[in-house]
Design a protein around this ligand. Structure first.
Ligand code: HPA
Length: 276
């Protein structure tokens, strides 16, 4: 059976979620590989497995739980995606970014996107946290290709300041207060699922990349198209290919994420607390 029209799919998913939670969330949070422990901090949680939500896919990646959690954190009403959809799982971009448009339909105006990434800039070592200042999307099939969804935004959307300057400033102040080192940098999207080659990393380093990963950019482009404010944080789990002297593995990524999750959780919780 062919998939339904994308607007119908968005509205059905949004309608389902609206019926399951009794408030309008202020901030949506997407948790990347191994960053799920933040979801344990949500107070009065309503947990909705993705399998129950029309048109949501079941996450196929280890470290991605596949549940939507509505509740409060730092005194704010939040909607947390514990696990995301990736292009490398074989989903079309409109499915990868469907949750973002559903968030917009629910009236959510602010988005926090998180991910695990490989560090390219010298200062970004395993365990470092990076505030995303901008991204390189040239390897990312545009999630805005196809008929424009005028309900959300214009055909040709500006991509200056995708990552909202005032939220970056807020995150930096929160990190300083907590004495957590938060370096800023440019996130470079790769399609995956294979890790990059050392030559690819050398190439994008020359072009200004500070970290490499396989997510976030489709979501950020879509959220920007919807006019949302966006904050992006990467947890550096490894030196990118060719820079660390060892081969990369998803297990290593998960292990470092586990070791560093305390700082990450503390930072994001406090950012939400300081949100304005
Ligand atoms: N490359 C791409 N994605 C990643 C990496 C990496 O080095 N580390 C964690 N996710």
């Amino acid at each position: 059976m062919p998939e339904k029209n994308i607007m119908t799919m968005i509205d059905e998913a949004a309608g389902f979620i609206r019926n399951r939670i009794d408030f309008t969330p202020e901030i949506a949070v997407i948790l990347g590989s191994g960053l799920g422990p933040l979801s344990k901090e949500i107070e009065s949680p309503t947990v909705i497995p993705y399998g129950e939500i029309p048109h949501f896919r079941v996450s196929t990646v280890a470290g991605h739980a596949g549940e939507l959690i509505a509740g409060t954190a730092g005194g704010r009403r939040v909607l947390v995606m514990n696990g995301r959809f990736h292009f490398y799982e074989g989903y079309p971009m409109e499915i990868v970014t469907l949750p973002i448009r559903v968030f917009a339909r629910l009236g959510i105006k602010d988005l926090i996107v998180t991910n695990a990434a490989g560090g390219i800039k010298d200062s970004l070592k395993p365990g470092s946290l990076m505030l995303i200042s901008d991204h390189l999307s040239f390897m990312c099939p545009s999630p805005l290709a196809g008929p424009n969804l005028d309900e959300f935004g214009p055909r040709f959307k500006d991509m200056t300041d995708v990552y909202t300057p005032e939220l970056r400033e807020l995150a930096q102040k929160t990190a300083d207060r907590l004495d957590i080192c938060l370096d800023d940098g440019v996130y470079c999207y790769f399609r995956g699922p294979q890790y990059e080659t050392p030559a690819e990393i050398r190439a994008v380093k020359l072009l200004g990349a500070d970290a490499a990963g396989m997510s976030t950019v489709p979501e950020a482009i879509t959220a920007r198209h919807c006019g949302m404010r966006i904050l992006g944080i990467s947890l550096i789990t490894n030196k990118a290919a060719g820079l660390g002297g060892s081969q990369l593995s998803h297990e290593e990524v998960g292990e470092i994420a586990r070791q560093s999750e305390q700082n990450f959780v503390r930072l994001v919780k406090n950012i939400i607390n300081d949100w304005n």
